[in-house]
Design a protein around this ligand. Structure first.
Ligand code: GZL
Length: 330
């Protein structure tokens, strides 16, 4: 049956002209390969590219998989369509990183009805319906935000800036995504805790360099009295820094604007080394091995944890070195 199915799938891929990539050829397929359909948010950041590459580099034919990859280009509707196609293809597992937390009940109930296990990666889903997915692999985004605000608290205390107003610009990620929700909640909680912390602007940069540059530029037309810029990923930090420097502001925690970022991509860490980013909180995109471990356990009918957080750390501009950057995988 599975050989017949694979023939149908490969013929569908060959003729449907869609973006799915059959990561394997017909003649190499055999009954042991695990067929996985993967719907990715898009390619909006270096982080996302590294995340995609980790999944593709792990779910290979040599490792026992046929991988069908679909890039949703930032549209939830494209993810829903891709998941429905995977169901029709009767894949063994569905893997997806949900662009936003809500709006998945219907399609995931279709997957449940088809008895196809769903593994959620990176961002989480919010639903009142129980049992819509088998496992989640990703980050604790609130904890990432806490790491950032605790570092900022400590840094400002060392600078004796606990009384005077601290003007904070907040550039958020894609609204409604788990990464944005968690990182925003941590900052907003810290602002409510510190009477001298003032949120002077809060706008969406959509996790992209271009949007953050545009948003930071418009904020700078209103005020240049900025002490901290809290960016929810490296792409936004790079865009914001470009706008700040064009406006004549210095990005440096000692005598300029304190820029905080997330992801810790190699490019973001280079900015950290140059002290343009004061703190960079890692968000680990290398989730392929975690996915492989969970699927292989499920195949062996072994118990798995439903929620699996990936290991992460943080880097500050006072202790980071070029060697630390050079050994990074992304
Ligand atoms: C975080 C991920 C975010 C990254 C951004 O896990 O969802 O999306 O922080 C990416 O770089 O665009």
């Amino acid at each position: 049956m599975r050989k017949l199915l694979l023939v149908a799938i490969c013929l569908l891929v060959l003729f449907c002209g869609c973006e799915k990539e059959a990561e394997s050829t017909l003649d190499s397929a055999d009954d042991k390969l695990i067929v996985v359909g993967f719907s990715q948010v898009g390619a909006e950041s270096e982080w996302r590219v590294a995340n995609t590459e980790s999944i593709k580099a792990t779910l290979t034919e040599e490792n026992g998989y046929v991988l069908f990859y679909e890039d949703a280009r930032q549209e939830q509707e494209n993810q829903i369509r891709a998941i429905r196609t995977f169901i029709q293809q009767e894949v063994d597992y569905i893997l997806f990183s949900p662009k936003v937390e809500t709006g998945w009940d219907s399609i995931l109930l279709e997957a449940k009805k088809a008895n196809i296990p769903v593994i959620v990666t990176d961002r989480y889903i919010e639903s009142d319906v129980e049992g819509l997915f088998t496992a989640y692999i990703g980050s604790n985004f609130y904890s990432e935000g806490e790491t950032a605000v605790l570092w900022l608290e400590d840094f400002l205390k060392k600078q004796s800036r606990t009384e005077e107003p601290v003007h904070i610009v907040h550039i958020q990620g894609t609204i409604g995504s788990t990464a944005q929700i968690g990182r925003t909640a941590a900052l907003e909680q810290a602002v409510s805790k510190h009477p001298n912390w003032q949120l002077v602007a809060q706008q969406c940069g959509d996790f992209t360099r271009a949007k953050a540059y545009e948003v930071m530029g418009s904020i700078l037309e209103d005020t240049k009295d900025i002490d901290v810029v809290y960016c929810e990923n490296d792409g936004e930090a790079l865009g914001a820094i470009a706008a700040l420097e064009e406006a004549g502001l210095v990005c440096n925690p000692v005598d300029g604007v304190i820029v905080i970022s997330f992801d810790a991509t190699r490019l973001g860490l280079q900015y950290c080394l140059e002290q343009k980013i004061a703190l960079n909180v890692e968000c680990n995109p290398l989730q392929g091995p975690y996915v492989d471990e969970i699927i292989k356990k499920l195949e062996r009918k072994e118990p798995i944890g439903r929620i699996r957080y990936v290991e992460e750390t943080q880097f500050d501009c006072f202790t980071i070195t070029q060697e630390m950057i050079d050994i990074r995988d992304y």
